[in-house]
Design a protein around this ligand. Sequence first.
Ligand SMILES: [Cu+2]
Length: 128
Amino acid sequence: MVVLMTRLTRRSWLSLCTGIIAGSTGAAALNVRQQKAQVIEITVERFSFTPSEFRVKAGTPVEIRLRSEDTDHGFRILGTDVNITIPKRGKGVATVTFQPPSAGRYVFECSKLCGAGHSFMRGALIAE
Ligand SMILES: [Cu+2]
């Protein structure tokens, strides 16, 4: 950090500070949005997610709750850092919050090898 700081020119230091201030404003806006989180409940079993497709509001957090009806599964949203394990039946619910940054189709899939149809376990979150 010291090395980085010494390389910053006066102008870039100013823009860095501006970025930090803008970032904190963004965090406040995020807290307001989190109060309105949408909740989606998904049942997971070999070899499907139910529902496998659902619509949410872009820019608003979505709390996704996943419950398995059989063995362990995984839930990964491609192109994001969302990747969680869903415990087997009777061992609880896996919950993850994802905020789609923009409108679009976010494909998700099972990330834990669960049998012959594992590669068909896919779905999509559509942010509008
Ligand atoms: Cu699987």
